[in-house]
Design a protein around this ligand. Sequence first.
Ligand code: FAD
Length: 382
Amino acid sequence: MNETRHTNESARVLDTVVIGGGQAGLAIGYHLARQRRDLLILDAHERVGDAWRLRWDSLRLFTPAKYDGLPGLPFPGDRLAFPTKDELADYLESYAIRFGLPVLTGVRVDRVRRDGDRFLIEASDRRWTARNVVIATGGHQVPRVPGLAERIGASVLQLHSSEYRNPEQLRPGPVLVVGMGNSGAEIALDVSRTHATTIAGTPSGELPVRHGRAAARFVLPVVRFAGLHVLTLGTPVGRRALPKLAAGAAPLIRTKRADLDAAGVARVGRVVDVRHGKPVTAEGTALDVANVIWCTGYRDDLTWLELPAFDEDGTLRQERGVVDGVPGLYAIGQDFMYAVTSATLPGACRDAAYLARRMRARPAVPSTTGAARDETTAARAA
Ligand code: FAD
């Protein structure tokens, strides 16, 4: 890499750069700002909240509003309602402004490396230097699509769930949704209003009660408690359960098999092959569909982190967000990093409070004003 092409954003060394300004980055940013650290949050999207805004149009949260607030600012309105994805996105944007969090948007970090006891953070031709780095880039970096997708014919429109917005994007004719996690089930129901729909796969289980206001009042508090305090790496039962839970999809929460049946969605086994350009199920049936939506998840991509921070299998070596062997490097919001809920709003908030307490042990570089800060979301809103 050309070492001279970078523009140093400031001569000073920042205390902390948080990479990712979604809910996890904002939650840790809130605590670090209160520790009066010289902080900068970098985010690849154009607007704070875009990770939510860019999801499909009909998406509502599974967690009720009472569990969707970040530290210091409860989610507004009816506590038992399930916010839309745009309401959550707007809440995150207003949160960054309210607490003056210095989020610089439209900046995709493409390299982080060590320079003595500091980190160099690079994004295209820009560069920052910091004593600490927090990775808050979320678990949805690279859409995962099985290799057999390449053999499906050009007459079939293929989308990953990250690209799906609404049924208007689809071609006339039947739709196959592949993957029966929550995204698959919800998208299949959405699509079934306008297209003949089939869903492939088997769910790992179902929440045994109807999702809604009554569940928000009586059942989800129990689920939340178990997810925050029992299914964690801090309990024997959690240590046994987490690897198994991490290996599979989450149980269906809102849209269950009975809902899909009632909407006329056909259910088939896994897609295992392609014949004459059409997907073939485990039962050996070739499905004559015009559209395939892959709801097959994501994989992490932290290859831009040029640091000795990974196990042999490529997992980030961390304990409750503190990266082992790289002083000053931290992570937040990663799936299952401490609890089954670590990648959700309540989990990221709890983990952020813990991580901030751990980071307090490192002396802070006090907050100042500077060139990079002038461009941030909070500065523009002021
Ligand atoms: P993200 O929201 O993905 O934010 C990461 C940010 O990092 C992004 O803004 C991105 O631009 C930025 N970024 C990534 N790489 C870089 C880089 N190299 N440089 C700079 N910036 C970068 N959780 C709940 O609690 N309740 C729910 O109801 C709920 N529903 C969900 C529904 C769906 C369909 C999905 C997919 C998830 C849902 N979740 C829910 C889980 C979780 O809350 C979300 O995935 C949430 O967006 C994760 O927040 P995050 O901040 O960790 O990551």
